[in-house]
Design a protein around this ligand. Structure first.
Ligand SMILES: [Zn+2]
Ligand SMILES: [Zn+2]
Length: 112
């Protein structure tokens, strides 16, 4: 069953995050989320597989945990990272970036 057929899930055909164009590297995916490099920020970003801006707390915590696992596996953030879920460009579909502490973009981030 596709993720958008599951109860309570919604997909919006006009939404870039629902479209899931694989234009950058994907690090992880399951029925609940995917984690890929953000094409604008060059940091890993977790995207909820539901066209909704407000996941329940337990879902949000699981998404952040998944994002952190991708960071640990693939990147070296010298001063650590913070989860930024202020949604600037696509405010109606929950996603969060792992940004380097003290910074915003990830160009030149060291990879493991
Ligand atoms: Zn971004
Ligand atoms: Zn969407």
């Amino acid at each position: 069953m596709a993720w958008w057929e599951q109860p309570g899930r919604h997909r919006d055909d006009s939404c870039d995050l629902c479209e899931e164009a694989r234009i950058t590297e994907w690090f992880y995916e399951d029925d609940d989320c995917w984690v890929a490099e953000c094409e604008i920020c060059s940091v890993p970003m977790v995207v909820w597989r539901n066209h909704d801006h407000l996941p329940p707390d337990d879902v949000k915590a699981a998404l952040h945990e998944r994002l952190g696992a991708v960071v640990d596996e693939h990147f070296t953030y010298e001063r650590g990272f913070y989860v930024d879920d202020h949604m600037r460009n696509i405010p109606d579909h929950y996603h969060a970036h792992a940004r380097p502490k003290g910074g915003f973009f990830g160009h030149g981030l060291r990879r493991r």
